[in-house]
Design a protein around this ligand. Sequence first.
Ligand code: CU
Length: 191
Amino acid sequence: MTTRANEIRLQITEKSARTPNFLALLNFQHRSRARCRSSRIEGFVMKNILAIFAVAVSALLASGAAHAAEHEVKMLNKGAEGIMVFEPSVVKVAPGDSVHFVVADKGHNAESIDGMIPEGAAPFKGEMNKDVTVTFDKPGVYGFKCKPHYFMGMVGLIVVGEPVNKTAAAAVEQTGKAKKKFEELLGQIGG
Ligand SMILES: [Cu+2]
């Protein structure tokens, strides 16, 4: 019993007996079509593996972003602790968290103080009248100031994890009202 397809193939074979390479050509076409199909399947599988991988990576990133918090420190002409202040003046954060320094009143900036940041940490310097967001990765204490109001005691501390460099930060020479303020603030943190 022969199927219709087999009959056709037989007919072709008979007709092309004169052309010796026809069968070989047919065979080649068949094999290359099979290869094509299998590479299409491979492509489909690869695409899906990549898609699954991309979803997994973005889920990981999203969960990481959800853990990193953003804290806020306002620059104020008048706050609960007096005039020309950062509020709050001490912020405890986890490594990877960021702090958004907000210009709530004009005429202030936020910048780190030389010697008052952990070894290897990058200093930061916000421009006057501009908000600045700083991400803190290295554990330790970070002393910062408002440049024009440093002498009025407009300073603060960010404590990232453990204040490992507290002694070094406390040893930095301070002047004006900042000296007393830093003694106060450093007394508030552990380590
Ligand atoms: Cu200021």
